[in-house]
Design a binder for this molecule. Structure first.
Ligand code: SF4
Length: 348
């Protein structure tokens, strides 16, 4: 079973990992590319990446980066729901071995955890980072150097965790890092609460989209994720746009992901996540070979103790039911670890 993000946080010495990386020789002489020029490299060569950065940064003036559309002037230091100004804040940057196998490969996924969040679920497993904003302010150039260091130590990708509210900083960092030799795929690891108009700025930049599909019910989304009753419709539209941009999950000959859509769905107790509806929606709206990870590792974290519906882990029966709905829907590309977990549970 994958390590939960909470386990991951426990193992992370705040900033220690980045300080370790920072102690290495700076990354201008980055590791040779593992694959052909990635999407963002092509965009950079055409000169289009700088225009995207300008367009994205302009959004900070009256922030509409996410569906909350708060209108805060983040360039002047104003904050709103996500509590972020235009200054980037990062918690950690290090190889991570708890993600999907095709992202981890042999050398790990180069994971960057951004502080703050535009969704803020009551059961958040990363709450010190997402809710409390733990982390350190850095400039975009430092993020570019972090990316290059992760590439240099052999990570297979740059895995951008909770990127939505800092997307302009990320784009700028990618532009700077690309000039210095960044070549590995970019993974956009998001809650799924994304505006399609904003995602279009990432078309040709992001190689792998890794969205959650958390709920299918507006009521559950509103209760557990700070009022976002529009989450199901917003996330569905976002996922269709992501698929339009990058298509199906594709790996190289080593089985390492290079491009495509990978959807995560965390099974929650008492049917809160709407798993049956979710798998039927995927089957009806995307190719049956879409990569789907039905995740069993929900655990009670942060304020979940205050909500009786979600104050326990899921049962074996609930997980087996979820996997059986996925199979009955015809989904043919389920995450290998989820299939192993299903087989293990079946033997119990
Ligand atoms: S990114 Fe933050 S400030 Fe901008 S619209 Fe979303 S929650 Fe509001």
């Amino acid at each position: 079973m994958k390590k939960s993000r909470r386990d991951f946080i426990k193992q992370t010495v705040l900033w220690g990992s980045w300080l370790l990386l920072a102690g290495r020789k700076t990354a201008t002489g980055a590791r040779p590319p593992e694959s052909a020029l990635p999407a963002y490299g092509i965009l950079h060569e055409k000169g289009d990446l700088a225009e995207r950065v300008d367009a994205a940064y302009a959004l900070f003036e009256s922030c509409t980066l996410c569906p909350r559309q708060c209108g805060a002037d983040r360039l002047s230091g104003e904050t709103a729901f996500c509590r972020a100004t235009a200054k980037l804040k990062v918690y950690s940057a290090q190889p991570h071995f708890g993600e999907e196998m095709s992202l981890v490969g042999r050398r790990g996924s180069g994971t960057v955890f951004f502080s703050n969040c535009n969704l803020r679920c009551v059961f958040c497993q990363n709450w010190p980072i997402a809710h409390k904003g733990q982390g350190k302010e850095i400039d975009d150039g430092t993020l570019a150097d972090m990316m290059l260091e992760l590439q240099k130590i052999g990570c297979h990708n740059i895995n951008l965790v909770t990127p939505t509210h800092v997307m302009p900083n990320i784009l700028n960092a990618v532009k700077l890092a690309c000039k210095k030799g960044l070549r590995i795929p970019l993974v956009y690891n998001t809650s799924g609460y994304e505006r399609v108009e904003i995602l279009r700025l990432l078309d040709g930049v992001i190689d792998i989209y890794l969205p959650d599909m958390k709920y299918m019910s507006p009521e559950k989304a509103a209760i557990y994720s700070a009022g976002v009753s529009d989450y199901p419709e917003i996330a569905k539209a976002a996922i269709l746009e992501m698929h339009r941009q990058v298509g199906l999950h594709r790996t190289d000959r080593r089985g390492v992901a290079q491009r495509g859509l990978m959807i995560r769905h965390l099974v929650m107790p008492n049917g809160v996540a709407g798993t049956g509806q979710f798998v039927r929606w995927v089957a009806a709206n995307l190719p049956l070979s879409t990569y789907v990870n039905i995740m069993p590792q929900y655990h009670v974290a942060y304020k979940a103790f205050e909500y009786p519906e979600i104050w326990r882990r899921i049962t074996v029966k609930e997980y087996l039911e979820a996997m059986s709905w996925a199979e009955k829907s015809g989904l043919s590309n389920l995450d290998p670890d989820s299939v192993r977990m299903r087989d293990l549970y079946r033997r119990q």
